[in-house]
Design a protein around this ligand. Structure first.
Ligand SMILES: Nc1ncnc2c1ncn2[C@@H]1O[C@H](COP(=O)(O)OP(=O)(O)OP(=O)(O)O)[C@@H](O)[C@H]1O
Ligand SMILES: [Mg+2]
Length: 284
């Protein structure tokens, strides 16, 4: 049984349809990333899967349950980091986690979860005085406290400093190693590339690509070579960088010009993402 199975998912807000038939599947123990520009429909999709938003059409199974009908049993099996949250400013980190732990039958230890998200030195700090990144870590802690099987992370590392982001990646890897399934959204392509077993790119309420990062990048031309000549920029995409570089440098030596600012790099997920989500140029 898949952790998540969605097909033909449609959702309108008033007269405006924002999901036009979204479908994908997340296997147990997998980290799945949902990518897409602002307003593409990621949060809407995630909230429907969490059971926090009604859908108009389509079938949805989350841990074998339709989230629209999921009761408290279902909710105890999922953990959620919302895109934005504001909780009990006057409680300390420890107090709020103890409060939430009380809602679950088999919660994890509060101290263990605090350490897992790296808030050990903020245990007794009031939520009100945490920084943005620390608050986000608390959000993650709240998602983990009930020891869920499936975790939804909507932009879990937005606002994190680079070190905190690396630490969050470690936490997500640790969760995966424990066999948890994870659906995350992110605007950081490096995050998706490093964490996701598979991913889907959503654009205007439609999935435009799905697969592992490797699969998605394998079809495309592999390497990009950039250089300038007399101030003009040249970009060559190729699967044969050795041959192309040999020709280029040979030509440059023979004709006596410099390949200014030459750069050779592998095509990244970000390149693919930008191509697939680019607004169509206006005709006219
Ligand atoms: N409660 C709502 N009422 C009306 N329209 C909404 C509501 N929530 C979202 N929308 C609209 O639905 C579309 C999809 O929004 P959604 O929040 O799902 O996008 P997103 O992919 O999560 O974007 P972001 O990357 O900015 O978080 C947007 O055009 C948004 O304006
Ligand atoms: Mg969102």
């Amino acid at each position: 049984m898949s952790a998540i199975e969605v097909s033909g998912l449609k959702k309108s807000y008033g007269p405006r349809e924002v999901l036009h038939g979204v479908g994908f599947r997340v296997e147990p123990g997998e980290v799945f990333a949902l990518l897409g520009p602002n307003g593409a429909g990621k949060t809407t999709t995630v909230e429907i899967l969490e059971g926090y938003r009604d859908r108009d059409e389509g079938t949805v199974q989350v841990l074998g349950t339709d989230p629209a009908r999921g009761g408290s049993d279902f909710r105890a099996r999922i953990g959620i980091v919302l895109q934005s949250s504001a909780v009990y400013p006057l409680l300390s980190v420890r107090e709020i986690l103890e409060l939430f732990a009380g809602y679950y039958e088999r919660a994890r230890g509060v101290g263990e979860v605090i350490d897992l998200v790296g808030l050990g030195d903020k245990r007794e700090t009031r939520v009100r005085t945490l920084s943005g990144g620390q608050l986000r870590r608390l959000d993650l802690a709240l998602a983990l406290i009930g020891d869920p099987e499936l975790i939804f992370l909507d932009e879990p590392t937005t606002g994190f400093d680079p070190a905190a982001r690396r630490q969050a990646w470690e936490t997500i890897r640790d969760l995966r190693a424990l066999g948890k399934s994870i659906l995350l959204t992110t605007h950081y392509m490096e995050e998706a590339q490093t964490l996701a077993d598979r991913l889907a790119i959503l654009r205007d309420g439609r999935i435009v690509a799905t697969g592992s990062p490797r699969e998605l990048l394998s079809g495309a031309t592999g390497v990009e070579i950039r250089y300038r000549r007399d101030g003009e920029e040249f970009v060559i995409a190729t699967d044969e960088p050795t041959r192309v570089l040999n020709e280029l440098t040979g030509q440059a030596l023979a004709e006596g010009f410099e390949l200014e600012g030459i750069e050779v790099r592998r095509r990244s997920l970000e390149d693919l993402y930008l191509e697939l989500t680019r607004e169509e140029a206006e005709v006219g």
